[in-house]
Design a protein around this ligand. Structure first.
Ligand SMILES: [Zn+2]
Length: 244
C-alpha cells in the first residue's frame, strides 16, 4: 500500500476517535439536564404530597376543635337539664341537647374520615420521599459514571490529537491538505473504504476501472461523487487502531 494512503487511513481513524470523544463530551450537559428535570418532578411531587398532608392536618385540628366545642355545649346543656324548672325550659334544653349530640356525631364522623386520609397522605409522603432518595442515589451514581467517562473521553481525545499531529507530520503536505479540505467539507470523514464496487460513504457505484485502481491501493484516488479518498481493505475489515 502507498505509505501515505496507509497513513491517511490511520489519520481518519484518529479523527474518528477525536470526533467520537467530542460528541460524547458534548452530550453530557443534556444528560445532566435530564437528571435535573427528573429530580425537579420528584421534588414537586414530594412537596405536593407534604402540602396535602399539611392541609389535612389543618382540617383535622379544626374538626377536633369542633368536636370538643360540641361536646362542651352538650355537657353544658346536660347540666342545665338537671336544673330546669318548667316543661317549656325542659323542652328547649332537650332540643339543644339533640342538636349538640348530632353535631358531636357529625364532627366525629368527619374527623374519622380525615384521620383515614391522614394515613393515606402520610403513606404518599413516605412513598414520595423514598422515590426521591432512590432517584438521588441513582442519579449521583450515574453522574459519577458520566464524569469518569468524560475524563476518559478527554484523555482519549488528547492522546489521539497528539498521535494525529505526529502522524500528520509524516504525510506529504499536499496529500494532508487534501485530507483536511475533504474532512472540513464532509463532516470529518475524508477517507473511506471502497466496497463491492461502491463508495462506502455516498454509495455511488464506481466505474470498474476506478475500482480496479483503488484495489491496488498505490495512489490517492477520490470518489467521483463525494470527493472522499477511497481505499480497498484487503483482509481485515476494521480500520487500524489509533497509534497502530
Ligand atoms: Zn463517495
Amino acid at each position: 500500500m502507498l505509505p501515505d494512503l496507509e497513513r491517511l487511513i490511520r489519520l481518519q481513524s484518529l479523527h474518528n476517535i477525536v470526533d467520537d470523544a467530542r460528541r460524547r463530551i458534548a452530550a453530557i450537559p443534556a444528560q445532566f439536564e435530564a437528571f435535573e428535570t427528573k429530580l425537579n418532578k420528584l421534588r414537586t411531587a414530594l412537596s405536593d404530597a407534604k402540602q396535602q398532608l399539611d392541609d389535612n392536618r389543618e382540617v383535622r385540628r379544626n374538626l377536633e376543635k369542633e368536636v370538643s366545642d360540641a361536646k362542651s355545649r352538650l355537657a353544658k346543656f346536660q347540666e342545665h337539664e338537671m336544673i330546669v324548672k318548667t316543661n317549656e325550659e325542659l323542652w328547649a334544653v332537650q332540643t339543644e341537647i339533640t342538636t349538640a349530640k348530632s353535631a358531636v356525631q357529625s364532627f366525629e364522623e368527619d374527623l374519622l374520615v380525615s384521620m383515614l386520609e391522614t394515613d393515606a397522605l402520610t403513606a404518599s409522603v413516605n412513598e414520595a420521599e423514598r422515590s426521591m432518595a432512590t432517584a438521588e442515589a441513582e442519579i449521583e451514581a450515574e453522574r459519577q459514571t458520566i464524569e469518569q467517562e468524560r475524563a476518559t473521553s478527554e484523555a482519549t481525545a488528547k492522546q489521539a490529537l497528539v498521535a494525529r499531529e505526529s502522524l500528520a507530520s509524516e504525510i506529504d503536505a499536499a496529500v494532508l491538505a487534501l485530507f483536511d479540505q475533504i474532512a472540513e467539507k464532509r463532516n470529518g470523514l475524508a477517507v473511506v473504504e471502497a466496497e463491492n464496487n461502491l463508495c462506502s460513504s455516498c454509495h455511488v457505484r464506481l466505474r470498474p476501472q476506478v475500482f480496479n485502481d483503488i484495489r491496488l491501493n498505490d495512489r490517492v484516488i477520490q470518489c467521483e461523487s463525494c470527493g472522499r479518498i477511497l481505499y480497498f481493505q484487503l483482509v481485515n475489515k476494521s480500520l487500524p487502531e489509533a497509534g497502530a
